[in-house]
Design a binder for this molecule. Structure first.
Ligand SMILES: Cc1ncc(COP(=O)(O)O)c(C=O)c1O
Length: 353
């Protein structure tokens, strides 16, 4: 089938660019001690996760317990939940899951560590733990080095838990447009992390894992070599937000839409916020420019679109945020040139618990 035959709005993925993005990431990490542990949230496709692991990823990162369960179901053996899991019922599920794969979770709280230990003991499993160090994002984690150390010691003293290392995710740096500022801020974090690792060394506590990093900081992290693993997710698809950063990845994911109405200065397409995430802004138009984009549930109004359009024409949009867009769809059509060559199911669509 040709792309033009797809019912819109539809997510389409250029297979050649996808492969180039994968190769670009492999090239970045080739001579670096940093290993790739890509984030599942960016595509939520079992098939792509398997592909990433078959092509060198050491395992997968995910945000939610239910995503970890989905990954385990398809045979991914090494999974990091890059978040805290605190609900008692979920902790029981997590402990059971840890019996079926190598499961790591982030912690930043003594009581939570105790609860994880009891559940793992009851389940007969071992849960691997990373203490989350808040390195400036002001999301989860502890901010003081001594707190990180105290939590690590606490984990080591708990049955059925192992202290593996540290998560330090600096998501506030990922999308900064100038490479120099991204580099400067990452260098400041490097110094903080170095000091933390020195503290662990003084206390003779091995830190096997330092996890974090994103698409926007992949090259910097690979060159500095302090992290042991990189959690980048968006590099496979890219989006309109990352597009302006001059990274060595290209847009492979597009939202195919149809023009449903047009008049002078205004082109309206059949996709809106129900099929395109706008949490990081409005989508860009692939072939041309627009002055402004206005969103409603089922429409984007493209003001002063530079290309000539007629009702019924197909327009490719680049979502501003690939991760939140993918979560709105059931499937992605793989394309090679103008031809649809396959369909990938978004197996973890809407899985957010
Ligand atoms: C903890 C964590 N790690 C990694 C990522 C991946 O970042 P990106 O998709 O920008 O590569 C994210 C994105 O939000 C994240 O929250």
């Amino acid at each position: 089938m040709k792309i033009s035959g797809l019912s819109t709005p539809a997510l389409v993925l250029d297979i050649r660019i996808l492969k180039e993005n994968m190769a670009a990431m492999a090239a970045i990490l080739k001579d670096s001690p940093v290993k790739l542990r890509p984030h599942y949230k960016s595509h939520k496709c079992a098939a792509l996760a398997k592909w990433q692991v078959a092509n060198g990823a050491i395992g997968m990162t995910c945000a939610k317990l239910s995503e970890a369960e989905d990954l385990c179901d398809i045979g991914i053996e090494d999974i990091l939940i890059a978040n805290q899991v605190v609900d008692p019922a979920k902790i029981r599920r997590l402990a059971d899951l840890a019996g079926n794969c190598r499961l790591t979770v982030c912690v930043d709280d003594t009581e939570n560590i105790r609860a994880l230990s009891s559940a793992a003991k009851a389940s007969g499993s071992v849960i691997h733990c990373l203490v989350e160090y808040d390195i400036g994002m002001e999301r989860c984690g502890v901010t003081e080095m001594q707190e990180v150390l105290a939590l690590a010691k606490h984990i080591s003293a708990c049955e059925n838990l192992t202290f593996d290392g540290i998560q330090a995710y600096a998501g506030h740096i990922s999308h900064i447009e100038t490479a120099d500022t991204r580099r400067k801020m990452t260098a400041e974090n490097y110094d903080k992390l170095k000091a933390l690792l020195a503290l662990f060394q003084e206390n003779a506590i091995p830190v096997r894992t330092v996890s974090g990093g994103s698409t926007g900081t992949a090259e910097i992290k690979a060159a500095e070599g302090l992290y042991t693993e990189l959690q980048a997710g968006s590099y496979l698809f890219m989006d309109a937000t990352y597009r302006n950063l001059g990274l060595p990845f290209q847009n492979s994911l597009f939202l195919l839409t149809t023009v449903v109405s047009r008049r002078e200065g205004l082109t309206v397409v059949d996709a809106g916020v129900k099929t395109c995430g706008i949490d990081q802004g409005m989508p860009a138009v692939w072939n041309g420019t627009v002055d402004t984009v206005v969103a409603s549930e089922e429409h984007f109004q493209l003001h002063n679109f530079s290309a000539e359009t007629n009702v019924g024409d197909k327009i490719l949009l680049i979502p501003a945020h690939c991760c939140s867009t993918v979560n709105l769809h059931d499937k992605i059509y793989l394309t090679d040139g103008e031809t649809v060559v396959d369909r990938l199911m978004i197996t973890a669509k809407g899985i957010g618990r």
